[in-house]
Design a protein around this ligand. Sequence first.
Ligand code: ATP
Ligand code: MG
Length: 389
Amino acid sequence: MHEMILCKLGEVVLKGLNRRSFEMKLMGNIRRRTGRFGKFRVYSKQSTIYVEPAEETCDLAGAYAACKQVFGIIAVARALPCAKEKEAILDTAKTYLSSALTAARSFKVESKRADKTFPMTSIQLSQWVGGHLHEAFPHLTVDVHHPELTVYVEVREEAAYVHAPAEPAAGGLPIGMGGRAVSLLSGGIDSPVASYMIAKRGVELEMIHFASPPYTSEQAREKVLQLARELVPWCGRLNVTIIPFAEIQEEIRRNCPEDHFTLIMRRFMMRLADALAKDLNCRALVTGESLGQVASQTMDALAVSGDVTDLPVLRPVIGMDKEEIVRIARHIGTFETSILPYEDCCTVFTPRHPKTRPHVEEVREMEQALDVDGLVRRAMDGREVVKLR
Ligand code: ATP
Ligand code: MG
């Protein structure tokens, strides 16, 4: 029998009648993410999803790392199945976990018995395996309260499984169960984190980015694509729609008061994201806005920029401090890319004194000077889609 991966389900198990559809979605996601590491059999039993190599050449370590980033899985463990006999279980534990048993100073065995026809109770099995492991590794002490190493034995229908402690995985809900949303991805720290947080709740994302060449560089565009690539192991396949934004910015600068420049620009971003969402059948927008972080993120400013869309705007980092957002950015692996210095379109024409308490009627009035529909249409026509796998 071959080493395999056990994936423990998180919130999925709370879903009652919908549970089966959650499990099916999750297994599909696992199959897709592990596919590049070889052919695996993926199946579920008793709140666990099994990922079992179906050919010799499978890269189990690669698949294990990929499973850790699949939302819906709360913990993962590598395990070795064996015959459902106490001697086979003991031999497997001795050899399979020998380096962990050698390195630890204290240990215990914890058994679970899903197969009630197995002739020993879980306690008897733990004691028997533990006693013999202690003889084989005499430097160990038994510590049932705070052992350095817990050896897990699970006796299930088809086999017994021996594994070391499971490691924490991504948690959340399977992507695809929460619908689809358009996420506004800039080159900053916040929007990749916001995207990750919403994807974690089971939402499939479409990314939109506004680029303003010649005011923004090729490197700035590449940086955003790099951030999106770094999100793929969490979010799955991503499409990034890149929208040319320079004409809109130039028109605003030419026709609107400087202190409202950023706000009006943000309304155009929301209009374009709304248009894309409707095109792609998405039901919400996602941004990395955090209350009070900058002038365009005061409560009044958020009301003004949210005024142009009837879709819910999800702002998962709204109540977070920068430090908390940075901690997540580091955890998901986007931070180092986010702090590369290239200019975002927002930093190209920044007003010296941005309005922090705008009024929506006044802003609508100012936009009378612009051909809003024409600008939106031309920007949408100029879009380019980059597919990331
Ligand atoms: P971030 O770290 O996400 O860039 P920020 O504090 O710099 O955040 P802003 O530049 O005010 O914030 O933008 C707020 C949000 O608007 C971003 O989190 C992002 O969702 C969206 N956004 C800003 N610029 C762009 C852009 N060029 N393309 C797509 N979305 C953008
Ligand atoms: Mg930004």
